[in-house]
Design a protein around this ligand. Structure first.
Ligand code: PLP
Length: 390
């Protein structure tokens, strides 16, 4: 055995996304103690930067020390008491995962399901909530990474409020990539990930809870099934002003990296980041069209940061992806769940959402498709993408 040498990949799949030199440099600094006064100030800054990214004043806004799925568990384990009725909207893999997690938290789960490639329909959700007044929580995925679909979080949270429900929102792929406003939209509990549009390393999950959600957690009469994710304990370490006491050893270096990636987002500006994702998506879609690669999702609900495309007729899925990886160091995503085998997922997330990556993806995908017998005009694809950039 010898030291691991990571290849220099370009990550254009469903996450992780390309991590910038700045973030890698922050990460590689010397580790300090997790109660070191300098580290405690860093934690405070991370909370402030996360409040900016989420557009919230919620005091309980922290990164959970584990990947996006742990943020999902944090929301359900803390907000659900055994026997609570929870309505989960399912339009892809991550809605299905929410259901699994909610069941483990002791919820009585109701679901409202939609076709793959479609958004959650607020009208149908409203009907279910109107018919069942004992539902306490509404949960849905804002940006469904398995299909590349965006759902109207603002409308759904307004409906949840009308029916006196708390909302749990999966923003793992939306945070930093598309419009998201926790306070304005009245979101009660939200979780994200660091390796998608924040372009940080994987392994942390930013979460935020409204005052109403915190109240529900305080009013619990049953003990949280999870010790590690129990927010009443985690807050002894992350809480405001209070003397910080040991709960678990924070992933110190990962938090250096998160701080840097959030700072980069703040410097660019949230709105500018959203616009950048929209612009490069437009260029990518124009080019893909010229390559004869069709989008699977309608333009009005399509996520700019995650493009589900149809694998052209007669083209071998695995062969194209492995050729891209081996010959071009380019990773694109395979289809997931019902889309496995008939879709690719091309990510334009965070630091990886750039003109350079769009043009590189079009030229290498075009070359590989031609090599594998699918005739396409790569030059035209590049020209059409360039036209979008003006
Ligand atoms: C990636 C993803 C998750 C899971 O995040 P992990 O960091 O892989 O645990 C959850 N929800 C959505 C929508 C995702 O895209």
């Amino acid at each position: 055995m010898q030291s691991f040498q990571a290849p220099n990949r370009i990550l254009m799949g469903p996450g992780p996304s390309d991590v910038s030199e700045r973030v890698l440099k922050a990460l590689s600094q010397q580790t300090v103690g997790h109660l070191d006064p300098t580290f405690v100030s860093l934690m405070d800054e991370i909370k402030t930067l996360l409040q900016y990214a989420f557009q919230t004043k919620n005091e309980l806004t922290i990164p959970v020390s584990a990947p996006g799925s742990s943020g999902m568990e944090t929301c359900f384990m803390n907000l659900v008491e055994p026997g609570d009725k929870v309505l989960i909207c399912i339009n892809g893999v991550f809605g299905m995962r929410m259901k699994e997690v909610a069941i483990r938290a002791g919820a009585l789960v109701e679901t409202v399901e939609f076709e793959w490639g479609e958004a959650v329909d607020p009208v149908r959700v409203n009907e279910v909530l109107a018919a069942q007044s004992d539902i306490k929580i509404l949960a849905f995925v804002h940006a469904e990474t398995s299909t590349g679909v965006s759902t109207d979080a603002k409308a759904l949270c307004a409906i949840a409020q009308e029916h006196n429900c708390l909302s749990i929102v999966d923003a793992v792929t939306s945070l930093g990539g598309t419009e998201l406003r926790v306070d304005d939209w009245g979101i009660d509990a939200i979780y994200s990930g660091t390796q998608k549009c924040l372009s940080c390393i994987p392994g942390l999950s930013p979460v935020s809870f409204s005052a109403k959600a915190v109240e529900k957690i305080k009013q619990r009469t049953t003990k949280n099934f999870s010790w590690f994710l129990d927010l009443t304990l985690v807050m002894d370490y992350w809480g405001e002003g209070a003397k910080r006491t040991y709960h678990h050893t924070a992933p110190v270096n990962s938090l250096y990296a998160l701080h840097e990636s959030l700072l980069i987002l703040k410097e660019e500006g949230l709105e500018a980041a959203w616009e950048r994702h929209a612009l490069h998506n437009k260029a990518l879609v124009a080019g893909l069209d010229a390559l004869g690669v069709d989008m699977l999702v309608d333009a009005d609900i399509r996520l700019p940061q995650l493009n589900a495309v149809k694998i052209p007729e007669g083209v071998n899925d695995a062969e194209v992806r492995s050729t891209l990886l081996q010959q071009y160091d380019l990773e694109i995503g395979a289809g997931l769940g019902k889309f496995a085998g008939n879709a690719w997922r091309i990510g334009l997330m965070g630091n990886g959402c750039s003109k350079k990556n769009v043009l590189f993806c079009l030229s290498s995908l075009g070359a590989v498709l031609n090599e594998k017998g699918h005739d396409c005009d790569t030059d035209k694809a590049i020209a059409l993408a360039e036209q979008v950039y003006g």
